[in-house]
Design a protein around this ligand. Structure first.
Ligand code: HEM
Length: 484
């Protein structure tokens, strides 16, 4: 309670909501310096208690079901976008079953077929896509990567029918649906604002489209061709523990959820990868050399197996997610009174967190701390090499803990200061897919294009105004296609 008193006084001097909204990391680090790892502020009328540090990450992300709750916080925003009966519009046990279905659909065979599809989409985008017009020029990275991410995700995970629709009707529907994710909808999700009306129409049309695809597949005999490994096929065959097959409507809604979950996170990350590479031509050459050395001078087609051998390629993705994780804040509703012990600059305090509060976790803070990552704001993929002067100080020592949340043994792993995919029961199931998608796009790009910062320009800052962090538009760099 004393904490709250302090914060409320302090709030009189600073427009906290605006500060948090403009640069959450600036805000978190300033509060940390003043108050320590645990503090409360008011956001959109709610008392939000932030818990930082590896202990704070653990406290929130591995919180017990009876203590912390995700669906009550997220459902207002997500249910109108995804549709009913899935993710946060159902009890947690059902979400755990749905996550298991998705996870089991992301098989080795699926990934093997995806690498080929994703690299061919990327190649044709570089060769024929509008943003890459000509042999060299400038490119606005954010819209270009948003477009490519839709093509690669739909061609692989979503399946050929959805990919074909993205050349026409789906792009507009997707855009309207996406408007449902504006932050104002944390408060006004149900309100018939124009963007919410459009969202609702788009959700229905999109769900109907998925259901038509499912029906057509069944009508054609319900058998997939060999090598056809998309998620619709997988979910159509899944059965809940109580014996109910997943209804078509829920398959449709889960497919929308996967589309939305994957789109922002991957397109923002791939944008940052290219923007960072534009500042480091040396790394681009090293990546190409790695491919020549490991796969052969003639650069054979990428496969899932040879992608695993490109270690620098993976470290570029990993390092980009350290500084540019697309999800900067994770929220939970407090369900029973909680106690956490944390250090302030002066003392060790015990805080009681009442059920009227919302918890906020921001693992991006620990991944920016010099204690774990020397010169934390320096983007350096080689810091993941053993023995590098900037090496992660706990490299090889993080104890991974696993627990079965009902969808396989999942890494709790919240003791690590590096958690771009979260931890615990709500941990991301898209990590491997994201690594396949981002790794393939990156490896294909470096074969065909070079990127350069425009002379005199700096790396763009981060835009935190949507719910995801992404590069501030316009983020323009130079490109030059390699002669093949
Ligand atoms: C959950 C990050 C890609 C599907 C999460 C969470 C994070 C995250 C931090 C935890 C949220 C929470 O605890 O509240 C990322 C990043 C990605 C990525 C950094 C890419 C770079 C994907 C993709 C998919 C996906 C491609 C789908 C194929 C999900 C799902 C959840 C999740 C279904 C579970 C939500 C829950 O259990 O509450 N992701 N994600 N993600 N993500 Fe991802």
């Amino acid at each position: 309670a004393s904490m709250l008193g302090k914060n409320l006084k302090w709030r009189a001097n600073f427009p906290l909501r605006i500060w948090y909204g403009m640069d959450p990391f600036d805000f978190f680090f300033a509060c940390k310096e003043k108050y320590g790892d645990v503090f409360t502020f008011i956001l959109l009328g709610r008392r939000v208690t932030v818990c930082l540090g590896t202990k704070g990450n653990e406290f929130i992300l591995n919180g017990k079901l009876k203590d912390v709750n995700a669906e009550e916080i997220y459902t207002g925003l997500t249910t109108p976008v995804f549709g009913e009966g899935v993710v946060y519009d159902c009890p947690n046990a059902k979400l755990m079953e749905q996550k298991k279905f998705v996870k089991f659909g992301l098989t080795m065979e699926a990934f093997q077929s995806y690498v080929d599809l994703i690299s061919s989409e990327t190649q044709s985008f570089v060769a024929k896509g509008k943003p890459f017009h000509g042999d060299s020029g400038t490119i606005d990275i954010v819209p270009a990567m948003a477009e490519l991410t839709i093509y690669t995700a739909s061609r692989s995970l979503q399946g050929p029918e959805v990919r074909a629709k993205f050349d026409s009707t789906f792009a507009d529907l997707y855009h309207d649906l996406d408007m449902g994710f504006s932050p104002i909808n944390f408060m006004l999700s149900w309100f018939p604002l124009p963007h919410n009306r459009k969202r609702d129409i788009a959700q229905k049309k999109m769900a109907d489209t998925y259901m038509e695809i499912i029906k057509a597949r069944r009508a054609a005999g319900g058998k997939r061709d060999k090598g056809e490994e998309d998620m619709i096929w997988n979910l159509m065959a899944c059965v809940y523990k109580d014996g109910t097959p997943v209804p078509d409507k829920e398959v449709a809604h889960m497919m929308i959820a996967l589309l939305m979950a994957g789109q922002h996170s991957s397109s923002s990350t791939s944008s940052w990868i290219l923007l960072r590479l534009a500042t480091r031509p040396d790394i681009q050459e090293e990546l190409l050399d790695e491919q020549k050395r490991v796969l052969g001078e003639d650069l054979p087609p990428l496969t899932y197996d040879n992608l695993q051998k490109l270690t620098l390629n993976a470290k570029v993705v990993k390092e980009t997610l350290r500084i540019h994780a697309p999800i900067h804040s994770i929220l939970r509703k407090v369900k029973s009174p909680l106690t956490i012990v944390a250090n302030t600059p002066e003392a060790t305090n015990t805080y009681q967190i009442p059920t009227t509060h919302t918890l906020m976790s921001a693992p991006g803070v620990t991944s920016r701390e010099p204690e774990f990552f020397p010169e934390p704001m320096k983007w350096e993929p080689h810091r993941w090499d053993e023995g590098h002067p900037l090496a992660y100080t706990r490299l090889g020592t993080d104890q991974e803990e696993f627990e079965d949340y009902g969808y396989g043994m999942i890494s709790k792993g919240a003791s690590s200061p590096y958690l771009p995919f979260g931890a615990g029961r709500h941990r991301c199931i898209g990590e491997q897919f994201a690594y396949v998608q981002l790794g393939t796009v990156l490896a294909t790009m470096v074969r065909h294009v070079k990127f350069r910062q425009i002379e005199g320009k700096q790396l763009v800052p981060t835009d935190y105004s949507s719910l995801f962090s992404r590069p501030m538009a316009p983020a323009v760099v130079e490109f030059e296609k390699r002669k093949s």
